[in-house]
Design a protein around this ligand. Structure first.
Ligand SMILES: CCCCCCCC/C=C\CCCCCCCC(=O)SCCNC(=O)CCNC(=O)[C@H](O)C(C)(C)COP(=O)(O)OP(=O)(O)OC[C@H]1O[C@@H](n2cnc3c(N)ncnc32)[C@H](O)[C@@H]1OP(=O)(O)O
Length: 194
């Protein structure tokens, strides 16, 4: 049972996604985009520490082990945390298109509860692109890449420029990021090679 809206469905005329020639090779790990990202950053003690890999076409895979800090009900992952895992995996797709994109809409189905200790195997792919709008989908399976589906999502990501972060982020973090040459390299890669 799924109560989808049409917002995450590609309109007629949307183009199939094109893998950027300089996209990371299939199997290559896509590094964290920000040390303090709750989804992928190494600097967040109770974060998800998701490590995303490039897949074939315009797709990625990732794994997330549910920890005690991620509970909602006793011994079960919180739904918002699972949505975060889907969101973060979907966010990795920008690296294959070589654009920076943020979540506009995330429609999530919670199909099965996910126990603490379980590894959620996530995969995401871009379905279509229309201007700045990137239509994509993600699935999380328990225990193995072909395990039972626990969560899935349809999403609409919107392409943005770096200014999106500079204009909206809190000053102290933005200044710290701009002072870090490695971080600036991550951000600028997209602009230098559009
Ligand atoms: C120096 C510092 C740099 C450091 C950076 C390091 C590198 C960073 C690299 C990579 C970061 C990736 C991070 C991934 C993390 C995981 C993903 C997340 O959790 S992201 C966070 C959650 N999301 C948001 O915070 C978005 C908040 N929303 C917004 O900011 C705006 O609403 C935004 C940008 C999404 C759109 O605003 P508009 O003014 O640019 O554009 P408009 O015209 O409103 O929308 C464009 C089109 O999209 C549709 N649209 C927008 N939102 C929609 C929605 N919710 N549902 C349906 N359609 C929507 C509109 O109807 C429009 O469509 P029509 O062109 O007219 O056909």
């Amino acid at each position: 049972m799924s109560g989808r809206t049409t917002a995450a469905t590609p309109p007629p005329g949307a183009a199939p996604p094109a893998r950027h020639p300089e996209a990371p090779a299939p199997g290559e790990i896509i590094g964290s985009h920000y040390e303090y990202c709750f989804g992928c950053g190494g600097g967040v003690a109770h974060g998800l520490h998701l490590q995303t890999r490039a897949g074939e076409g315009v797709s990625v895979t990732a794994e997330f082990q549910v920890k005690e800090a991620h509970q909602g009900a006793p011994g079960l992952a919180h739904g918002g945390v699972l949505a975060t895992a889907l969101d973060e995996t979907l966010g990795g797709l920008g690296w294959l298109l070589r654009v920076i994109a943020v979540t506009g809409r995330l429609e999530t189905d919670f199909v099965r509860p996910v126990p603490v200790g379980a590894v959620l195997h996530l995969e995401a792919e871009v379905v279509a692109v229309a201007g700045r709008k990137i239509f994509c989908t993600a699935t999380g399976r328990i225990g193995a890449p072909d395990g039972p589906v626990a969560v899935r999502a349809d999403a609409l990501f919107i392409e943005v420029k770096i200014d999106h972060f500079i204009e909206n982020g809190r000053k102290q973090e933005i200044q710290a990021v701009l002072a870090d040459p490695d971080q600036v390299k991550v951000a600028r890669a997209f602009e230098v090679n559009p």
